[in-house]
Design a protein around this ligand. Sequence first.
Ligand code: 13P
Ligand code: SF4
Length: 365
Amino acid sequence: MILETTEQARSADAGAPGSFALDPRLRHYSTPLPRPDLTWTPQVEEATRHLYERVAKVMPPVEWPFHAPYVKAINDLKKLRNAVILAHNYQTPEIYNCVADFVGDSLQLAKMAAASEADVIVQGGVHFMAETSKILNPSKTVLIPDSSAGCSLAESIDAADIRALRAQYPGVPVVAYVNTSADVKAEVDICCTSSNAVKVVESLGVDRVIMVPDRYLAQNVAAQTKVKIIAWHGACEVHERFTAEEINAYRTDHPGLTVIAHPECPREVVEVSDFSGSTAAMIDYVRNRKPARVLLVTECSMSDNVAAETTGTEFVRPCNFCPHMKRITLPRILDSLLDMREEVVIDPAIAARARRSVQRMIDLG
Ligand code: 13P
Ligand code: SF4
């Protein structure tokens, strides 16, 4: 019955490759929809020209015919499903600029997820981000286009580790970076992101906190506060590869270089940088200060995404890919919306406890 209705709706739109009839009755269907025609046609070119302009600085024209049919089909499907796509700043330019409804750092995405009125949230990012969206907006359907999009930080610690830390340091509050599973968030006192970690640590009004799981973020926070930080041994596999020697070599090769490092980088890297902040703070720095030459010491796609919207700044590109972020692709986003998968499901009792930790962070403002 459902497929029959879907086919009828589609045949009414026959002759428009890559598009769906926007029948609002189909919005809540959770069964798979038929695959759209993904041919590159003059109609697809016309319908997506304004979107190509957003990425033209970082994508040669020859690449666009491969992306455009997916971009058009995904944007049509979002209307059909009443869905929004939340994309992290590390998503590739065709996702970030052409199908995302909201982009940002981890904190911004969490706030957008909490406020979303769409029926469906598709997470352009890794699994812990999709879990955070579900935790904050449990009545929505949250989809992750590839549930194996993990994170070396989130995988470095589990709920039993938090319980063991509490036993080892009785009464010491535990702060968890949002790059953790729902199970871990449920065990801790409060969450933080790279944009508010110092503020969160100091908000607790104690002289010692346990901070998990990123040892480098912990070191970088410790350098900015008098609160003693007890760290876990996790690390981001993307940021821990940068070294101070590498940064100094870039400075030698590119005179006048401004270096901006993410706080997941080792302390020695942050120390030889001009600024350190979350991915959103890095973007704001470039937008506001307009450096002539900049090195963004973070995941590759950041430079592409900032370069796409920037004039007058030369981007020197060290390239460390996050293999987990790169699991999210246009074809997987399309499949996700067609088949309504993979849905993020969290035990409601765990989600309620995890929500307390995330909400406490958001309430700090
Ligand atoms: P932010 O975007 O919050 O700075 O986090 C970076 C990151 O590594 C997310 O996986
Ligand atoms: Fe995790 Fe690092 Fe990838 Fe972010 S960049 S998702 S912290 S592995």
